[in-house]
Design a protein around this ligand. Structure first.
Ligand code: ADP
Ligand code: ZN
Length: 720
């Protein structure tokens, strides 16, 4: 368990100048040396003086984090009750954990010496990699490691041999500037609502000012972003754009790159470490003018930052779900406040937190009510399937409804939030389902690889031929996943082309972009997929969206389940009829009288969110209080729960806190560990944070800490 403290060291020997806080240092740690971040000078320490070790060296001449970024990181460590070391580690590009990696603005490169140039090529005839390197260097002159590595696996050894011969030498090349193409797209003429949005935000340039851009899907939010970015660039400043998952919206990045004639870079986990460092350096030097990244990009140093934009601010992917569990949107707000700049949160389905802030006038509300261009909003209808016979999850009425648009050459999108073939494989003779051996969950049958997959821990096993419980060969598939629905659609519509899009067939790099391209170019008539299809894409030819099963969101224990269900439904519905043809959304349900569902369908997201907000207020849940979850898990049943019981015994006495008695997590066993949780709420963030700091200290010193792993999550978004 990482400790919630910093570590003290003596200054390095023979180093006179004190580095600035935020500089990388090499320090002895455990048995070796590790890269650390210098936080500041202290005058006292708990470590006995004879045990205190000295810093080995100061690694860079410049800082990784300036004082404002360090302040943000320290704030985050305190707010999320997380060790500052790990917070710094998450904010630092991975490549900089290597002491050899330099922050200097040059790269190592190699070139031929005079004797290397004159030596005959045949001299290394028996060493093919050396020969390749020499040929490469003759052709390209100075080359860096990336280009030389194309000469063969053992290029480093070969290069060393050449340099021993005196034929190549190392040089320093100045760092490349970021690439930047000419802009190919011009700005659109804004409609009135868009104009108001752009002008209102622009008026607040130069001061902290949060905005909620609440705009239905297709209303032209992205165009508002683009024009605000242009205003900011004109003012000589940088812009940070945070998006939930870059891989899911390849078009967004392209729209930004095509619009501006200044360098636009991306920052996300799909980049190689070296590439990511490079992009980070360009942002830090100010050369990259626009940074588009996922949540961790909120930590990117940007010296002339003038505006932050968060797209799809309601999306749970903006929250990190393990180790340092921060929310990218919330830290961006803290950053904007410190930097005195505006921040724009855009979405068609605001999170209840953001909505409440807008209602409380803490955020300025900007609304885009109408779809841009000629598009009209889709009609939504509920399809009661309680007495219907389903064809692999599809009701006959939905199938019938699909014929008309398909015959007109339009597209149909079928949405199902469950991948795989069949979510449960069950024994018909004893009723036992095939469960994961490590989780309290059913295994999903994936037909593509004929394996059972656990979607919670990732484990897989071959399809059993007989029931593991009664040995009868009577296993049958229950329920539908996207693969099974895909099959059914193919057999129902043999003349039409069906395209499935989910995590299983888009893992390969570029696969999602290819699928989306097929969907756009009309190479597919029926699209079937999970929420990957619901996010930010334009499918102008989709006029009918069928939603197979969303009822789960209405009776799950998780207090956010209904909110997420409503957001997903509205986002999926937003895919319909984005061009001239009016769209229709059909939702299959077994709960056609559910008041929340009816509110959503009849009153729209706003009325739905209002209903949820009053529920939350009455039951005293966020955003009407501050919530934290303390989790503990152990390989032995019960140890985690015992640890939390001792926490409860101590902290439930605090008058400022409300603690519910600890209990097992909704899915108690996951990946072989038994999990327990304790929920704590307080009225104000400060109360919660102060108490959690004490609680963390208590856990760090508890005797049970050896048998149970624990974690604290502030503002959790997922209760599983
Ligand atoms: P959102 O991000 O809100 O879903 P987009 O910005 O992607 O919406 O816009 C949806 C569509 O409308 C796009 O095809 C876009 O080019 C078009 N559009 C946006 N603003 C305008 C405008 N002012 N005039 C005409 N078309 C527009
Ligand atoms: Zn599992």
């Amino acid at each position: 368990m990482p400790l919630s403290r910093h570590f003290d060291y003596l200054p390095p020997k023979n180093h006179t100048a004190v580095p600035l806080p935020g500089t990388r240092v090499l320090v002895p740690f455990g048995r070796g040396n590790r890269v650390g971040i210098f936080l500041g000078l202290g005058t006292e320490t708990d470590v006995p003086l004879d045990k205190l070790k000295a810093v080995v060296s100061v690694l860079d001449e410049t800082t990784c984090f300036d004082s404002s970024m360090l302040d943000l990181l320290k704030w985050a460590a305190r707010y999320y009750v997380h060790p500052i070391g790990e917070v710094l580690g998450q904010a630092l590009p991975t490549a900089l954990r290597e002491p050899e990696q330099s922050l200097a603005r040059w790269t190592r490169a190699w070139q031929l010496t005079a004797s290397g140039k004159s030596a005959p090529l045949g001299a290394t005839a028996r060493a093919p990699v050396q020969t390749k390197l020499r040929e490469h260097l003759r052709e390209h002159q100075a080359s860096d490691a990336t280009s030389l590595s194309a000469c063969g696996k053992s290029w480093r050894d070969a290069l060393k041999k050449l340099s021993d011969k005196g034929w190549v030498e190392e040089i320093k090349l100045p760092a490349l500037p970021p690439p930047c193409g000419p802009s190919s797209e011009t700005a659109l003429t804004l409609n009135d609502e868009q104009t108001i949005a752009v002008e209102t935000v622009t008026e607040d340039f130069g001061r902290f000012s949060p905005f909620l851009l609440d705009g239905v899907t297709g209303s032209g939010k992205t165009e508002v972003y683009l024009q605000l970015v242009q205003r900011c660039l004109d003012a000589g400043q940088q812009v940070l754009v945070l998006v939930p998952e870059i891989g899911l919206t390849p078009q967004l990045m392209a729209r930004f790159e095509n619009r501006f004639d200044v360098p636009v870079v991306s920052l996300h986990s799909g980049l190689a470490d070296g590439q990511r460092l490079q992009h980070w350096q360009w942002a830090k030097s100010g050369e990259a003018r626009v940074v588009i990244g996922t949540r961790s990009a909120v930590f990117t140093p940007m010296p002339t930052l003038g505006l932050i934009i968060i797209d799809e601010e309601h999306d749970a992917s903006l929250k990190q779900q393990d180790s340092f569990r921060y929310h990218g949107r919330d830290l961006a707000l803290v950053r904007a406040r410190a930097a005195k700049i505006p921040i724009l949160l855009g979405t068609a389905t605001p999170s209840l937190e953001t909505l409440k802030n807008a209602r409380d006038k803490k955020y300025t509300l900007l609304t885009l009510r109408y779809r841009a261009g000629d598009a009209t909003p889709p009609t939504i209808e509920l399809l009661d399937i309680r007495r219907s016979q389903l064809h692999e999850g599809l009701s006959q009425r939905l199938i019938d409804a699909m014929h008309e648009p398909l015959s007109k050459g339009q597209q149909v999108l079928i949405f199902l939030n469950r991948r795989g073939f069949a979510p449960v494989l069950m024994c018909e003779s004893c009723g036992q389902p095939c469960d994961c051996h490590r989780c309290d969950a059913h295994m999903t049958w994936h037909r593509s690889d004929s394996l059972l997959h656990c979607h919670h821990c990732g484990s897989q096993r071959p399809l059993p031929r007989v029931c593991e419980n009664c040995n009868e060969p009577s296993l049958t598939q229950v329920g539908q996943g996207t693969q099974r629905v895909e099959d059914e659609l193919r057999s129902q519509f043999p003349k039409h082309r069906v395209l499935r899009v989910d995590r299983d067939n888009t893992q390969r790099k570029g696969a999602l972009a290819e699928s989306l391209e097929k969907a756009h170019s009309g190479e597919a008539d029926i699209l079937v997929g999970t929420q990957m299809l619901a996010k930010g894409h334009h499918f102008p030819k989709v006029t009918l969206v069928g939603v197979l099963d969303m009822d789960g969101g209405l009776y799950r224990v998780d207090f956010r389940a209904a909110e997420v269900m409503g957001q997903t439904l509205v986002q999926v519905a937003g895919r319909a009829g984005r061009a001239k043809d009016k769209g229709k959304v059909v939702i299959q349900t077994r709960l056609p009288d559910n008041p929340l569902l009816l509110t959503l369908v009849q009153g729209g997201y706003e009325a739905f969110a209002d209903a949820l907000l009053s529920d939350r207020q009455m039951s005293h849940w966020p955003p009407y209080c501050r919530l934290a979850i303390v989790r503990a898990e152990s390989t032995a049943p019960g140890a985690g729960l015992r640890l939390l019981e001792s926490v409860y015994a101590t902290f439930s006495k605090e008058p400022e806190l409300q603690c519910a008695p600890p209990g097992p997590a909704p899915m108690e066993r996951r990946a072989g560990r038994y999990r327990a949780q304790l929920m704590i709420t307080a009225d104000t963030p400060n109360t919660l944070i102060n108490q959690l700091a004490r609680l963390r200290h208590y856990l760090e010193n508890n005797t049970l800490k050896g048998v149970a792993r624990w974690s604290i999550e502030v503002d959790p978004v997922d209760m599983l």
